[in-house]
Design a protein around this ligand. Structure first.
Ligand code: RB5
Length: 152
């Protein structure tokens, strides 16, 4: 899969850990920064990754800030983005099975490297269940279209 990843300064360390983990896989990874621990604004990096997912330029996105909250807020503003804040394994699994999440958001100040690695692996390897969940995702899409003035 083609995956874009981004963080702010609070997520930078964990982003580097996730990049290291993905290096050993077949995934193509695009690092959208930030590239230091110098203070930056998370919306700038959330926007970069979310735009790529929204436009279909990448299959998935991974975003990391301190809590994951700010990045989630940014990502879910973008059409076609279904971002899920998953700081635990169960959420990571369910966000794929039921929500077909295409952006994984992590809290760099909440979870450590090993748990993040398990979450990322699970999230990338779990397929969407489809079925009744398709109808629910279509309802989210309809709401998105209506709110953005593209409704039927
Ligand atoms: C940065 O201090 C922090 O506010 C940010 O990383 C994030 O947690 C916001 O939701």
């Amino acid at each position: 899969m083609k995956i874009a990843i981004g963080s702010d300064h609070a997520g930078f360390g964990l982003k580097e850990d996730v990049l290291e983990l993905l290096k050993g896989t077949a995934h193509e990874v695009i690092d959208c920064g930030t590239n230091t621990t110098a203070s930056v604004d998370y919306p700038d990096f959330g926007e970069k990754v979310s735009r790529m997912v929204s436009a279909g330029e990448v299959d998935r996105g991974i975003l990391i800030c301190g809590t994951g909250i700010g990045m989630s807020m940014v990502a879910n503003k973008f059409p076609n983005v279904r971002a899920a804040l998953c700081n635990d394994l169960f959420s990571a699994k369910m966000s794929r099975l039921h929500n077909d999440a295409n952006v994984l958001v992590l809290g760099g100040r909440i979870i450590g490297r090993d748990l993040a690695a398990e979450i990322v692996r699970t999230w990338l390897d779990t397929a969407f269940e489809g079925d009744r969940h398709m109808r629910r995702l279509q309802k989210i899409k309809d709401i998105e279209d209506t709110v953005n003035g593209n409704g039927k």
